[in-house]
Design a protein around this ligand. Structure first.
Ligand code: GAL
Length: 684
């Protein structure tokens, strides 16, 4: 039995529809065209607050009543937004204090969107009131299948430095630290005479003369994620109370630094994401794959929803390149290939006014005569053919560890190098795996790793001893772990672990860092990996392997797998491996590009027996597999390249897009296939 995200059968197809921008005659045309395109779900009301509640005590639901009835009459379901992402002018003028304030003390004006302080009680009360009003009115409407809370929390405004935020921050700190002595200890306020006598003396990290206390900044990041989450939870609680049984989601923004999506996703009925890969970037699909893998992983592999993508160009980049023919289809299928159960868009009909009037839409300005419309209709038809894929699941073959605390702490100021940025460290690892056809799931460092033979940690700058112990147990239980540089550096207060990096992983990895050795921009340090020359960029480390005899384990010490061959680190170890029974713990002490990272990762991949999803895949072709509960497999093949490719299948299947049975097939440039492969006997 597969479970659909909503009670709409098959895959979801549609987008944000902003009917308040149009007359009711246009709505009538819209629903007809939606039916023609195979749209089965529209997101309504994302920015409708001013229309729904024109003044503090006046409500106008009549238009939304008519709209929902109209949509329902055309067999289209509704993802109803709570409309709280853009507070109306009357509310802002009545409560000017709800506008957010920057670290420099500038209060941001009305006139855009997302203009609210996350800790404002006036904003929260008004948002919850609107949510309750919508939930009460529409909970039984037959078109309603999903609630869409707010829109992209953290987009535009992620933090506010006003007095209300300061008070909320102090409350949060009291809860976290209990006493001011504990806060002083955790923040290391003995340094630079930063001691506090009471919580009342604490302020948010506003612009200060020099570097601000790093633990204060780290706690601030944690607080800001929690403050927005509190808003989300308040709306979600109202919906759950008034409209039980209807799923609730809010649209995430892929791998987004400001919000700890591990924590956030616990409060979602399912994960939904907005993704805008840049058609001008020839590697955009690799990043997209990475983001989709995260979205799937946030709920341990459960299907997720692509809530927004652009049918063609966006309007917010300096140069907004459209999607050439075929790319929109290919990238839509890519989201499905990585576990999405639907493809929705921003937006249904292109706006004629406002900041996004040059953004592409399913129905472009040119109307049904345009190429965009033909592609919209064609994709809708294809998604119908793929309906049976809904509910099936994709699982990665290896785990990649990701931790927001560590991300935030890594990117604080005054580190050995400002070039150590999480996404820059992660991308070459992900790209190397992607090129090899190795699929991955993301996990938090304390996650359940045992089903993965290989776990990769491109960086774990901040690492709690409890999480380190779990990694230790994983390797001692036969797992293979690869750790990237500048890991195990600090504890959860961002205090340096005693005894040298990688702190609580020293024993497991069998190495200690004597000193980090950042590499200046434009320079590199040479390495030798069994006769192959590699180049370290940005970062290297003077490491020493631990003496086997001094070790309290029965295992050998760490072996040197690659060593530096140039500069002050010449002849010193660069990549090491330590065996623990059947498990291995690898340390990579420098940053490498994707090609060189891959050369190193080939060794642990081989040792862990982790290979490609479909062996022998030609360059440029992506292959992923989703499995239904009955063992049926859906093999997605996506040709991101500009040349035709032949793919031999490991088992015969039927391409759902063409209905053709195949043991192998040729993919045109930007071509795709989705093969249904029946369960093997022993699986069935
Ligand atoms: C998203 C947002 C939409 C629209 C879109 C344009 O970030 O949720 O409302 O602005 O971007 O690409």
């Amino acid at each position: 039995m597969t479970m659909n995200l909503t009670r709409v059968p098959g895959l979801l197809y549609g987008g944000d529809w902003n009917p308040e921008q149009w007359s009711e005659e246009v709505w009538a045309e819209d629903v007809k065209l939606m039916a023609e395109a195979g749209v089965n779900l529209v997101t309504v009301g994302v920015f409708s607050w001013a229309r729904l509640q024109p003044a503090a005590h006046s409500w106008d639901f009549g238009w939304l009543d008519r709209l929902l009835d109209l949509v329902h009459a055309h067999g289209i379901a509704v993802d109803l937004a709570t409309a709280t992402a853009s507070p109306p002018a009357w509310l802002v003028r009545a409560h000017p204090e709800l506008l957010p304030v920057t670290a420099d003390g500038v209060r941001l004006e009305f006139g855009s969107r997302q203009h609210y302080c996350p800790s404002s009680t006036a904003y929260r009360a008004a948002a919850v009131r609107l949510t309750r009003a919508l939930a009460t009115r529409y909970r039984h409407h037959p078109a309603l299948v999903l609630w869409h809370v707010h829109n992209e929390y953290g987009d535009h405004v992620q933090e506010c430095f006003c007095p209300a935020s300061a008070a909320d921050f102090r409350r949060w700190l009291r809860e976290r630290h209990g006493t001011v002595e504990e806060l002083n200890r955790s923040w290391g306020t003995a340094f630079w005479s930063q001691r506090y006598n009471s919580f009342d003396q604490v302020e948010p990290p506003r612009t200060a003369p020099g570097p601000v206390n790093p633990t204060q900044l780290l706690d601030w990041r944690r607080f800001c994620s929690d403050a927005l989450l509190a808003l989300h939870r308040a709306e979600k609680a109202a919906l759950d109370e008034i409209s039980p049984g209807v799923p609730v989601t809010t649209n995430f923004m892929s791998m987004f630094k400001a919000l700890d999506y591990w924590e956030w996703s616990r409060h979602e009925d399912f994960v939904s994401d907005d993704a805008y890969p840049d058609p001008a970037d020839p590697r955009a699909h690799v990043n997209a794959a990475m983001n989709y893998d995260l979205m799937r992983s946030l709920k341990a592999g459960r299907p997720w929803l692509l809530m927004e993508q652009a049918p063609s160009a966006v309007s917010w980049r300096p140069v907004n390149v459209p999607k050439p023919p075929g790319l929109y289809r290919l990238w839509s299928l890519q989201a499905l290939a990585r576990g999405a159960d639907g493809v929705l868009h921003f937006q249904w009909r292109a706006s004629v006014a406002g900041a996004e009037k040059f953004h592409s839409a399913m129905l472009p300005h040119r109307g049904t005569a345009g190429r965009g419309w033909r592609e919209t209709v064609a994709l809708g038809a294809e998604l119908r053919r793929l309906g049976e894929v809904a509910g099936s699941r994709m699982r990665g073959r290896a785990a990649v560890l990701l931790d927001w605390d560590s991300w935030w702490a890594l990117e604080l100021d005054d580190h050995p190098s400002a070039r150590m940025r999480w996404l820059d460290l992660l991308r070459p690892w992900y790209a190397a795996l992607y090129e090899r056809g190795v699929t991955v799931d993301f996990l938090p460092p304390g996650g359940e790793l045992t089903r993965y033979p290989l776990a990769l940690a491109p960086n774990l700058y901040l690492l709690d001893t409890a999480d380190a112990d779990r990694l230790d147990a994983y390797v001692r239980g036969g797992g293979h772990l690869v750790c990237g540089p500048f890991s195990g550096v600090t504890d959860r207060h961002d205090h340096i672990h005693p005894g040298g990096q990688p702190g609580p992983l020293r024993e497991l990895l069998g190495v200690v860092v004597d000193e980090p050795w950042p590499i200046p921009d434009g320079e590199s340090t040479a390495l030798d990996l069994d006769g192959v020359g590699l180049s370290a960029l940005r970062w290297s480390e003077w490491i020493e392997t631990s003496d086997a005899e001094a070790s309290d384990t029965e295992t050998n010490g760490a072996e040197t797998i690659a060593h530096y061959t140039s500069g002050p680190l010449a002849n010193r170890p660069a990549v090491t491996r330590r065996r623990h029974g059947d498990g291995t713990a690898w340390y990579l002490s420098c940053h490498l590009d994707a090609a060189d990272t891959g050369r190193v990762l080939d060794l642990p991949l081989a040792e862990a027996g982790v290979g490609a999803e479909l062996p022998g895949l030609p360059a440029g072709v992506e292959a992923t597999r989703r499995r239904a509960a009955d063992g049926t497999e859906y093999l997605f093949l996506l040709n991101h390249g500009s040349v035709e490719r032949y793919v031999a299948l490991d088992r015969p299947g039927t391409d759902l897009l063409t209905g053709t049975a195949a043991t192998g097939l040729t993919l045109a440039p930007l071509g795709a296939a989705v093969l249904r492969i029946p369960p093997t006997e022993e699986r069935a």
